[in-house]
Design a protein around this ligand. Structure first.
Ligand code: MRU
Length: 340
C-alpha cells in the first residue's frame, strides 16, 4: 500500500505542504507554501499535480491565505481572499477539481461575521476536502478492484496514483487495493511525454509500494497490445463531461483508440469531484496549452531546434464511445453515461 502523502497541511498547520514532484524520482523534497504566488507557481509548474491533488492544494492554500489575512490584516480580509480565489482558481484550467475545491472553501468563508471566524470555517472545509479525497480514493480502489483478476497486465498513462491525490490515487487505487489482497498484477507505465509523469512518478511510486511495473515509451503501447500483453487499461481523468467524455493527460485518447482496436477494456477512474455535470460533452472542456520548451526539450536538455513551432496541449479528450466503464467513488458506471 502506498504511504505517500503528496499534499496536506504543514506540521505547523499554517502552510500548505506538498511533495515537489518536479524533483522526483531523484529527490523526495517537501515544500511548505504560504503565499498566493507560491501556491499558484507550484500548481502551474506541476510541483503539485494531478486533478484531485491540485484541488486539495487549492483548498488548503486558500484557507492558509485567509487565516493569515484574518490574523495580520483583518480590514483587508475580503479583498485579499477574493484575489486569492481568483488567482488559485485559474492556476490551471482543465481539472475541474481545482475550481470545485476553491469554490467550496470560498463559500464556507462567505458572510459578514469576523474574519477569523470565516477563516476558521474555510480551514474546516479544506480539511473536509482533504479527508473526502482520501475516502474517495479508497472507494475507487474497492470498486475498481472488482475489475481486476489474478495475473492481469494493466497499462496506465501519466500518473493517477498516490502522487496525484491525497489518498491512494484513482487509476492506481484498485491496483494498490488488489495488490494488498495478494492479487498478482503487472503494470505497464507509459512514459508520458513531454513531462514524463509515467516514468518519473508512476514507475517510482509503484516501485515504492512493491507493485511489479515495466516502463515503456508512449510509442510502444500499440506493439505491446498487439503482442497480447495488455489485459486492461486504467487511466485517470481531469474532467468528465455529463455524457462521459473524459479529459486526461495528452496521449490518453491514442491509448483508448489502440485499446479499442485490440479489444482491450479501457477504464477511466476518478472521484466524483472530477465529474462536471455542467459540461454537456468534451467539446466544452478547456484544454490547457503549455510552454513550447516542454516539447523542444527532453528532461531539461534541448532535443529540437530552439525556435521550432510546437503544439503542446496538456490534455486530450477521450470520447465516451471508447470507454468501457467509468469508476468513481459511487461505483462502476457503464455506458451510456448520463451524469447529473
Ligand atoms: O498535468 P498533470 O500531471 O496534472 O496531469 C495529470 C493527469 O492527467 C492525471 O491523469 C489526472 O489528473 C488524474 S490524477 C488522479
Amino acid at each position: 500500500m502506498s504511504t505517500i502523502e503528496a499534499v496536506g497541511w504543514s506540521a505547523s498547520g499554517d502552510a500548505l505542504r506538498i511533495i515537489d514532484q518536479t524533483r522526483l524520482p531523484g529527490a523526495l523534497v517537501e515544500l511548505t507554501l504560504q503565499t498566493v504566488p507560491e501556491i499558484v507557481e507550484a500548481i502551474r509548474a506541476l510541483r503539485v499535480r494531478g486533478a484531485p491533488a491540485i484541488g486539495v492544494a487549492g483548498a488548503i492554500g486558500l484557507a492558509v491565505v485567509a487565516e493569515a489575512a484574518a490574523l495580520v490584516a483583518p480590514a483587508g480580509f475580503d479583498a485579499q481572499v477574493q484575489d486569492a480565489i481568483e488567482a488559485i482558481r485559474h492556476a490551471r484550467p482543465t481539472a475541474v477539481n481545482l475550481s470545485w475545491a476553491v469554490d467550496r472553501v470560498a463559500r464556507a468563508g462567505a458572510g459578514t461575521d469576523a474574519p477569523m471566524a470565516r477563516a476558521t470555517r474555510m480551514r474546516a472545509e479544506a480539511d473536509a476536502i482533504l479527508s473526502e479525497d482520501r475516502a474517495m480514493c479508497a472507494a475507487i480502489g474497492e470498486h475498481g478492484a472488482g475489475l481486476l483478476r489474478d495475473g492481469m497486465r494493466v497499462l496506465t498513462h501519466c500518473n493517477a496514483g498516490a502522487l496525484a491525490t491525497a489518498g491512494i490515487g484513482t487509476a492506481l487505487a484498485p491496483i494498490y487495493t488488489a495488490h494488498r489482497r495478494g492479487v498478482a498484477l503487472h503494470v505497464y507505465a507509459d512514459e508520458t511525454r513531454p513531462l514524463l509523469q509515467g516514468a518519473r512518478l508512476t514507475a517510482w511510486e509503484l516501485m515504492q509500494a512493491g507493485v511489479p511495473v515495466t516502463l515503456i515509451t508512449d510509442n510502444m503501447a500499440g506493439a505491446l497490445m498487439r503482442e497480447g500483453r495488455v489485459d486492461a487499461v486504467l487511466v485517470g481523468a481531469d474532467r468528465i463531461a455529463a455524457n462521459g467524455d473524459a479529459a486526461n493527460k495528452i496521449g490518453t485518447y491514442g491509448v483508448a483508440v489502440l485499446a479499442r482496436a485490440h479489444n482491450i477494456p479501457f477504464y477511466v477512474l476518478a472521484p466524483w469531484s472530477t465529474v462536471d455535470v455542467h459540461a454537456p460533452s468534451g467539446a466544452t472542456i478547456e484544454i490547457e496549452q503549455r510552454a513550447p520548451d516542454e516539447v523542444r526539450t527532453f528532461h531539461g536538455m534541448p532535443s529540437a531546434p530552439a525556435l521550432v513551432p510546437t503544439w503542446n496541449p496538456a490534455f486530450d479528450v477521450t470520447p465516451a464511445a471508447l470507454i468501457t466503464a467509468i469508476v468513481t467513488d459511487r461505483g462502476v458506471h457503464h455506458p451510456p453515461f448520463t451524469f447529473r
